[in-house]
Design a protein around this ligand. Structure first.
Ligand code: SF4
Length: 381
């Protein structure tokens, strides 16, 4: 499925061919062959690709930009990824595992602020049991249920029910270590709708380079195969590579799309594309982005557009790893899921824990919402 040789002989398409492909994009998902061509198109055609992606997004999501908020639940980790401050050899990191009561406090605080879509984030902490995760998930699900009873989702939000298996289940996502099928299934039964896992790099050579130690994450194949466990457990799936870790950005984008199409086809799941771009850690060894030329803003925008054209009804998450000015371009270019605030340490909101997994931004919710509205878009909780 992920063979760099496949991209070796692709020729840059002429403008007429780009236009023809973009016409198809208005009526169906582009094929991998078509995506390959657009990936090699000249930069002078990128704006029209991005404009088409925006039109396609509006076909499915109108002017809506959906909001979510990440909630970190633990920061103990058995891995040693070179770019992450949760790596086990970093003795300066605050290590914390939220108790259920602390978790309730964080979630209540965020719900009061208006969020209804929560991304639980867990590091690779085997002591954090599936039972505890299930309990946390059940709590979020119950809270959303009660919220929807008192404040039923409006017509516009309900419109997305046809893309999601359940409006409530859709509110709960989790980015965690790779799990077994039975574990994912247990979490889905508890109320999990989405499972997100970043592949980091589809190029094994680079994957191995940045995950040299650690009992779990250094296994490229095991990580790749765990997506199938999510699919079998009937979860919707989020996937991404970490931009900047490897030089061949076209290969990474192409592989992410090929993987998403495979999962969608095989498991009939919904797809979310993550777009994490390398943000320097404070203490972990890899302080600078290894391949800055592989993650320029133009390439980033093209990537988001291609994700949109390849899986037209997908969710494309553009996060506070980016500045608000750049996010505005991504909201207009295919992205439809975003987070105003971000604390990347357990207890970062209501408990005021200090620390972070990497450097990132966090914006005032009001400012963020007003910027979305200024663009003629509609923020949706
Ligand atoms: S990226 Fe994930 S697995 Fe790697 S050190 Fe950080 S928390 Fe652990």
């Amino acid at each position: 499925m992920f063979n760099p040789q496949e991209l070796k002989k692709v020729q840059a398409p002429k403008e007429k061919e780009v236009d023809e492909i973009l016409k198809f994009a208005l009526t169906r998902d582009l094929t991998l062959g078509e995506i390959k061509k657009l990936l090699f198109s000249k930069p002078e055609f990128w704006e029209k690709i991005i404009e088409t992606a925006n039109k396609v997004k509006e076909q499915f999501f109108a002017k809506q930009i959906h909001l979510y908020v990440p909630v970190y639940i633990d920061s103990y980790c058995i891995n040693d990824c070179l770019y992450c401050d949760f790596c086990r050899s970093n003795y300066k990191c605050l290590r914390k595992r939220l108790t259920f009561e602390e978790f309730q406090k964080e979630v209540n605080y965020l719900f009061k602020r208006g969020y209804t879509k929560i991304e639980l984030v867990s590091s690779t902490d085997p002591s954090f049991s599936i039972e505890s995760m299930s309990r946390f998930i059940k709590y979020v699900r119950l809270f959303v249920k009660i919220l929807f009873i008192h404040n039923p989702p409006n017509k516009e939000t309900r419109r997305f029910a046809k893309y999601t298996r359940s409006l409530i289940q859709d509110r709960v996502g989790m980015n965690s270590r790779p799990l077994k099928f039975e574990e994912y299934e247990k979490l889905r039964r508890a109320g999990l709708g989405w499972s997100w896992l970043w592949m980091e790099s589809y190029a094994k050579k680079y994957y191995v380079k940045y995950h040299p130690k650690g009992t779990e994450k250094s296994n490229f194949e095991a990580r790749l195969n765990s997506y199938d466990n999510m699919g079998k457990a009937k979860l919707n799936i989020g996937l991404a590579f970490l931009m900047g870790l490897s030089p061949n950005w076209r290969f990474e984008v192409y592989s992410t799309i090929a993987h998403a199409k495979y999962l969608k086809e095989k498991y009939k799941c919904e797809i979310e594309f993550g777009t994490p771009r390398f943000c320097p850690p404070k203490y972990a060894p890899l302080k600078k982005v290894p391949y800055p030329e592989a993650i320029t803003d133009d390439k980033f925008r093209l990537m988001v557009a291609l994700y949109r054209l390849a899986v037209r009804n997908s969710w494309i998450n553009v996060s506070t790893r980016e500045t608000i000015d750049f996010l505005k371009k991504l909201w207009k270019g295919g992205g439809n899921l975003t987070n105003p605030e971000a604390q990347t340490i357990p207890g970062g909101y209501s408990l005021k824990s200090k620390g972070a997994q990497f450097t990132h931004y966090s914006y005032s919710r009001n400012l963020f919402i007003s910027e979305i509205k200024k663009l003629g878009l509609k923020p949706i909780d």
